[in-house]
Ligand binder design. Structure first.
Ligand SMILES: Cc1cc2nc3c(=O)[nH]c(=O)nc-3n(C[C@H](O)[C@H](O)[C@H](O)COP(=O)(O)O)c2cc1C
Length: 162
């Protein structure tokens, strides 16, 4: 599953000496626990805009304050739609809106029929027109058992883009 590759990506980034702060959507937390990513990144994972920590309640802005590059991997059809619409309803979308003047990488992953849908293609175009750098998706076996374009790009490709 694409989300498991996000665990590998976190490990690889950490191994090569990068500081990694992981942000998760609500959907992502149903498939992998924030603790997984915390263990691999060695840092607090942001997954709830309203969580705050200590006196600091501005989590919706904090990760965007000092990062070098934002990567959304795997970017689901839902996340891509919310990003393209300019929504700010979770940690990933608030961070993306507050991420000014620095690179943003989008690595989509979804079923090939979802990827082919004109709404998804339109949303991806909106993001690339706005300066997001697209990596993948790759073509091949999908987690759902079907085949086609929609696999998350290999970790090596995402690392190269970063
Ligand atoms: C096991 C499983 C795997 C999923 N894989 C994907 C996927 O690769 N791409 C996708 O767009 N949606 C996938 N979905 C559906 C999303 O989880 C769902 O659309 C969710 O609302 C995504 O929202 P979020 O990424 O904004 O949290 C999957 C759902 C399940 C239960």
């Amino acid at each position: 599953m694409a989300l498991h590759r996000a665990l590998d990506l976190t490990s690889e980034l950490k191994k090569r000496g990068d500081a990694v702060t992981v942000l998760m959507t609500r959907g992502a937390t149903k498939l992998v626990t924030p603790l997984h990513f915390q263990a691999l990144s060695g840092r607090r994972v942001f997954h709830d805009v309203f969580a705050g920590a200590g006196d600091d309640v501005y989590d919706h802005l904090n990760p965007a304050r000092d990062g070098d590059v934002l990567v959304c991997a795997p970017a689901t059809a839902d996340l891509i739609g919310r990003l393209a619409a300019g929504l700010a309803d979770d940690m990933v979308t608030t961070t993306a809106l507050a991420w000014t003047n620095r690179p943003k990488v989008l690595a989509p992953a979804m079923n090939w029929r979802m990827w082919a849908h004109p709404f998804v293609q339109r949303n991806v175009r909106t993001l690339t027109d706005a300066g997001w750098h697209l990596v993948g998706p790759a073509e091949g076996d999908l987690a759902c058992g079907e085949q086609g374009p929609g696999r998350l790009a290999p970790v090596a490709d995402i690392l190269a883009a970063l």
